[in-house]
Design a protein around this ligand. Structure first.
Ligand SMILES: C[S@@+](CC[C@H](N)C(=O)[O-])C[C@H]1O[C@@H](n2cnc3c(N)ncnc32)[C@H](O)[C@@H]1O
Length: 215
């Protein structure tokens, strides 16, 4: 997702206290940001934030950090936070960064769960390392996840899903659960919170794939 450049995005994000400006400075200290010891869950490539904002609303005892590469996209999530439905939330922060820098922002074991939702497929083989479920990214996740920490990934893109299953196996992660049709899998769909892309693609009739892995 890349929206056209929005000139006010950078200044609006700079002025918003929920957007962490020097995230490297919080490495190992995210509990101070939230002023509690609750578990830390992050979403990488959060887009306009629908999933994470609703997760934060549903689970007030979990701290959530949303990571998005483009300020013009993150702006939408931040603006949505300003609405009556979400403005009371205390358990969510945002970071505008590329997930390749993850280890500079989170200390070993600091993150309990990573959500990847409808990540960009990067269909060309030469771009495979950019896919957020490649072994290169799994190795970054391993460095910040706590011992039993999990990665949860949803996508309607079956080739990307197959690739992700293969990469998890190659990197020797444990497959905890997976489905090729989340919305018809009673157990895995329980409490499912839909992302923007999930709503869009399932409305078109696409089945949603989901996997849960841990190191
Ligand atoms: C296809 S959109 C999906 C948005 C949302 N997760 C959803 O399911 O509706 C993928 C998002 O991931 C972001 N993204 C892709 N690669 C990223 C990276 N390396 N670091 C941070 N964000 C990234 C993109 O900018 C885009 O907004």
């Amino acid at each position: 997702m890349r929206l056209r450049n929005i000139p006010r995005a950078d200044n609006t994000l700079k002025a918003n206290a929920l957007v962490i400006k020097s995230p490297e400075a919080q490495r190992g200290c995210w509990r101070h940001v939230f002023r509690n010891d609750n578990p830390l869950y992050i979403e990488i490539g959060m887009g306009k934030g629908q999933f994470l904002l609703n997760m934060a609303k549903t689970y007030p005892d979990i701290n959530f950090v949303g990571i998005e590469r483009y300020s013009s996209v993150l702006l939408r999530a931040v603006e949505r936070m300003d609405t009556e439905e979400y403005q009371y939330l205390k358990n969510i922060r945002f970071v505008c960064m590329d997930a390749r820098e993850l280890e500079q922002v989170f200390a070993p074991g600091e993150v309990e769960r990573i959500y990847l939702n409808f990540s960009d497929p990067w269909p060309k083989a030469r771009h495979a390392k950019r896919r957020l479920t490649s072994v290169e990214f799994l190795s970054r996740y391993e460095k910040v996840l706590e011992k039993d920490g999990q990665v949860e990934f949803k996508t309607d893109n079956t080739p990307l899903f197959e690739f992700s299953l293969e990469q998890a196996e190659e990197a020797e992660w444990k497959l905890i659960a997976h489905t090729y049709d989340l919305h018809h899998n009673k157990e895995m769909n329980l409490g499912n919170i839909m992302t923007e892309y999930e709503e869009k693609f399932s409305a078109k009739g696409n089945a949603i794939n989901k996997l849960i892995i841990k190191r």
